[in-house]
Design a protein. Structure first.
Lengths: 113, 113
């Protein structure tokens, strides 16, 4: 089955710097790659997603890139702010399998003022 | 719309007891999912449903059962609770499954002693 690996597990940056989180997946049939942000004690919330027919997607300070050949995708956050501090999860979904999401292990991002 | 709702918010169970975690959505979504999140870990899929009367196993189904008699509700049943089932349980839903955003409920924190 699908397996998603996420790195790093923790990431500390200074306010204003950029942060990059990387994920790799194993099943080439995966075609949907969402990123979720989870604040302490809260539910995961979608921040951006990308489909396999697109190589890059951007939404203000957040961007995601996808390399289907290498089977990896990355989250890029620019001009980080303290409110970006949270745990970020990547996930992958295989088409025609009920939309099941396989999650990475998470990255705890800390943005220091 | 209330979105995805879950009850209870928190519960303590004794080993061997049973309980049902409730999940409801009012977005007319066809697909619903149950995930568990252990401390400091990613989310693991327990069961999912692509419509009323249809359910299927996810990554970690042992010790759980589900039913889907209506589009709106997707309860998760724990039989003979074990300490290994101590976790936070999230219900999620999406309109059509694959390549669709999954919306998460607020979670149920379960402690088995």
């Amino acid at each position: 089955g699908e397996n998603v690996e996420q790195h790093p597990s923790t990431l500390s940056v200074q306010e204003g710097d950029s942060a990059v989180i990387k994920c790799t997946y194993s099943d080439s049939a995966s075609n949907y790659f969402p990123w979720y942000k989870q604040e302490l004690g809260k539910r995961p919330q979608l921040i951006i997603d990308i489909r396999s027919n697109v190589g890059e997607k951007k939404d203000q300070r957040i961007a995601v890139t996808l390399n289907k050949t290498a089977k990896h995708f990355s989250l890029h956050i620019t001009e980080t702010q303290p409110e970006d501090s949270a745990v970020y999860f990547c996930a992958a979904s295989i088409n025609n399998q009920g939309g099941k999401l396989i999650f990475g292990q998470g990255t705890e991002l800390s943005v220091k003022p | 719309n209330a979105g995805v709702t879950q009850t209870p918010k928190f519960r303590i169970l004794k080993i061997g007891q049973s309980m049902t975690l409730q999940c409801a959505q009012d977005m007319n979504h066809n697909y619903m999912y149950w995930y568990r999140q252990d401390p400091g870990m990613g989310l693991k899929l327990i069961y999912y449903s692509v419509g009323a009367g249809i359910t299927d196993k996810g990554e970690v189904p042992n010790g759980y059962n589900v039913s889907r008699s209506t589009t709106e509700d997707f309860p998760l049943r724990l039989e003979l609770a074990a300490p290994s089932q101590t976790s936070v349980y999230f219900c999620a839903s999406s309109y059509r499954g694959s390549v669709e955003t999954q919306y998460f409920g607020p979670g149920t924190r379960l402690l088995v002693l």
